[in-house]
Design a protein around this ligand. Structure first.
Ligand code: GDG
Length: 486
């Protein structure tokens, strides 16, 4: 029976070593959930990195780790610390990540990192090729693996390959600045189907292919040698049922079963019944617009002093890529902004910003979603933004207002949110006021439409649509020739 091989930088599992014993738990993230049916039902294989470098792997536990990985229907790509430095922290996160999010001044063009990026993509290709059998499909994920489709196609032209990009694809004018633009495009064109979150990213990609490589591009198809490559948008959804069900259980909790965080949040609401809470959740990343969000909240408190003691910003910033210099600078900036706002506006009984720099367990995430009256999501650029979707999914009584950046892919499907330009501090401040004062009836009306859409286009549907399209591309394609890419 043919299977689907999923390939992503990280495997969907959490490895832990305790008392010399290895255990592995499946991860519960959105991608893992969405691909569960593709992975388990097709008796598929997931290929990626375990999270432990070769140097961090105790020799005596190597075979136990391999068993643990295999038990989860996975296969590991072994990476050294220097692979990770050049491939992940280097080329992926210091070149592609800033460039694709339009932070051109942050993008480093370092040829050593590029060489390591190429060699690590080859390591992934080797593991895929070892495991490929006739009739298998391969689905490659994200910007760390953009050369992989070509590396597989060159050796196995008979195999159907899909690729999905989870971040934006930038406009041609930005993409063309990349010294390795030809190689990246050719790498991606090894796929038979390329998927993006939005139509705009798809268009940007097509325009780069036509202007940089000169290939014939029509509507959503690229003709490349004897192949017809399909390009389409597949807006990623969330596990709606899971978020909704957890949130529902939250409403039914008794005092005893409540989390400490929930008790604190409730206490706050009881002590100040007319006070409201605004939620902010992201990885600490310069693309997420956290500093501008804080400036906008500060401006709001200055402009609308009646809200003193009546509103609180609850901000969860999850540590991320903290060895990349820009992330360290941003962390300092955010610490200072929070300090400045709390120093300036706090009263003896009120702190305007509650700031958590850590990740939280899933149930606490739900506590935050269900307790906050407004979600303030203001990325400067964001491929999709799942937090926006999760917030709406957890609003059981349909109250709650979403303020969302126009620059997030999610804004294309969430028209009923209050959409803002993340660079317009004054507009964000005014929109916070509008959100806090929005009548409940209107909140419910807006959320009803968004919930219905999110329920229908959930993450399983997203994965299913992609696979259906890949199958249809496969059946219409003429048999590829082994030599097409020479
Ligand atoms: C990339 C693209 C695109 C967050 N904090 C905690 C936690 N989370 C979970 C959220 C959400 C996920 O992490 C974050 O997803 P986003 O989509 O918001 O952002 P990125 O991490 O940047 O993801 C993005 C996505 O890929 C998918 O294609 O939407 O544009 O940048 O699911 O719930 N989960 C837990 N604790 C936390 O503290 N348990």
């Amino acid at each position: 029976m043919s299977k689907t091989i999923i390939v992503s930088n990280r495997l969907p599992l959490q490895l832990s070593i305790e008392d010399g014993k290895v255990s592995s738990e499946p991860s519960v993230g959105g991608l893992a959930t969405g691909l569960k049916s593709v992975h388990r039902d097709s008796n598929g294989l997931w290929i990626g990195w375990t999270g432990l470098t070769v140097e961090e792997t105790p020799q005596e536990l190597e075979s136990d780790i391999e068993d643990a990985v295999q038990n989860q229907q996975c296969a590991a790509v072994e990476l050294t610390q220097s692979d990770m430095d050049g491939f992940y922290y280097g080329f992926s996160n210091r070149t592609i990540w800033p460039l694709y999010h339009y932070f051109m001044e942050y993008a480093e063009f370092d040829s050593e990192n590029w060489e390591i990026y190429k060699s690590v993509n080859q390591k992934f290709a080797d593991v895929v090729l070892e495991n490929l059998e006739e009739g298998d499909n391969v689905w490659v994920h994200d910007y760390q693996l953009m050369l992989l489709p070509q590396l597989i196609k060159e050796k196995r032209p008979d195999v159907s390959i899909g690729f999905f990009l989870h971040i934006p694809f930038p406009s041609y004018e930005v993409f063309r600045t990349l010294p390795w633009r030809d190689q990246i495009l050719k790498g991606l064109l090894g796929a038979d189907l390329l998927g993006f979150h939005t139509y705009d990213y798809e268009r940007h990609f097509l325009s780069s292919v036509s202007r940089i490589l000169g290939h014939e591009v029509s509507f959503n198809e690229i003709t490349y040698k004897d192949r017809h490559i399909k390009v389409d948008s597949f807006p990623m959804g969330i596990d709606y049922e899971k978020f909704h069900a957890f949130a529902k259980a939250n409403y039914e909790q008794t005092d005893k079963t409540q989390s400490e965080l929930q008790r604190r949040l409730d206490l706050h609401a009881t002590a100040t019944p007319d006070a409201k809470m605004i939620l902010s959740i992201d990885r600490l990343d310069y693309t997420k617009g956290i500093a501008n969000r804080l400036r906008a909240f500060e401006h709001f408190l200055e402009k609308y002093p009646d809200y003193t003691e009546k509103v609180r910003l609850v901000m969860l910033a999850v540590p991320s890529r903290s060895n990349v210099p820009q992330y360290q600078v941003l962390k300092k900036e955010i610490d200072e902004l929070v300090g400045r706002i709390n120093g300036k506006f706090s009263t003896v009984s009120w702190t305007p910003v509650w700031y958590f720099y850590r990740s939280m367990p899933f149930n606490n995430l739900i506590d935050l979603y269900t307790s906050c009256d407004v979600a303030l999501i203001t990325p400067i650029r964001d491929g999709m933004n799942l937090v926006a979707k999760e917030y709406i999914a957890t609003r059981i009584d349909r109250t709650g207002v979403l303020i969302l950046s126009e620059m997030a892919g999610a804004s294309k499907e969430m028209n009923e949110a209050l959409l803002i330009n993340p660079n317009d501090i004054n507009l964000i401040a005014d929109t916070i006021k509008e959100a806090l004062e929005m009548p409940e009836e209107e909140q419910k009306k807006r959320n009803k439409y968004m919930q219905k859409r999110l329920e229908r286009y959930n993450v399983e549907k997203w994965a299913g649509d992609f696979m259906t399209k890949l199958d249809s591309v496969k059946s219409t394609q003429s048999v590829a020739k082994a030599t097409y890419l020479n």
